[in-house]
Design a protein. Structure first.
Length: 272
């Protein structure tokens, strides 16, 4: 009887071990079937939940990128006169533009999605993450909601002005160059179909208009046109846009009489 019990105990233990081994084997990633391990790390710091790749450039520069995000949040909030921004948001740092495709359907270096309070940015040794730009979108749209189509130029202009750097040139310098070389886009095109205009031109032209509006009129009027659409511009600002454009350009020429030397090839390709 004692031998029988020993045998049964041994047999039960063997079945358990075999079963465990089989379960482990069943859960191994099968590369042939297309499964792969995608490792990330996550941490909440104050009101931001960060996600980073488990290794690589972004992970190695994690502390610097986290600091940049908090500095950008403070700067962007101050730009639109927010005393504080307390919403809990998600910032996902990605290793490449290709990693953006399953998340956004495209390959930008950054994208903001206020409806899920999430910001995606790419950080690698060849891509500077547009943190100020995209975080400005997220903050403004969480505070003021999505603007109507005729105010899209204000949204993209605000984000671009927050960054205020295209290969070392400010938005004021770029606008001055456009003005001198007759490359400005009409406001009718900007408000009618912003994203069909040449990207670097539309973004940076709009950014300097935003800079001028905020500096000379303040945030309250800007917010009203953001929410109400371009049709509210003259009512809110007390003058037609064309008059404001004339004033803006006269003021800029006085401040910047010499035209900046913009390298066309670098600018037309992309900001770095």
């Amino acid at each position: 009887m004692e031998n029988t019990l020993k045998f049964l105990s041994f047999l039960s233990l063997a079945i358990i071990i075999i079963g465990c081994n089989e379960r482990k084997e069943n859960f191994k990633p099968n590369q042939k079937d297309g499964w792969k391990t995608v490792s990330q790390i996550e941490k909440q710091i104050d009101n931001i939940i960060f996600t980073f790749p488990e290794n690589g450039f972004a992970n190695e520069n994690r502390e610097r990128l986290v600091s940049e995000c908090f500095e950008a949040m403070k700067y962007d909030s101050e730009l639109i006169k927010l005393e504080e921004f307390n919403d809990t948001i998600f910032i996902r740092i990605l290793p490449s533009r290709e990693a953006m495709i399953p998340l956004t359907g495209n390959t930008p270096s950054g994208s903001a999605y206020p409806h899920i309070k999430t910001l995606y940015v790419v950080a690698n040794d060849s891509t500077r993450p547009p943190i100020k730009h995209e975080l400005m979108h997220l903050i403004a749209m969480l505070e003021w909601n999505y603007p109507p189509a005729s105010s899209t130029w204000m949204n993209e202009g605000l984000g671009t002005f927050a960054e205020n750097n295209c290969s070392g040139w400010t938005v004021a310098q770029i606008y001055r160059y456009f003005l001198e070389t007759d490359q400005l886009i009409s406001i009718d095109l900007l408000k009618a179909d912003f994203y069909k205009q040449p990207e670097n031109f539309a973004y940076h032209q709009s950014a300097y208009i935003v800079e001028y509006l905020l500096a000379n009129y303040g945030v309250d009027q800007f917010e009203q046109v953001w929410k109400g659409g371009f049709g509210k511009f003259e009512e809110v600002y007390g003058l037609p846009f064309e008059q404001l454009k004339t004033d803006l350009e006269k003021d800029l020429i006085e401040k910047m009489p010499e035209v900046p030397e913009i390298d066309r090839q670098t600018f037309y390709k992309n900001c770095k």
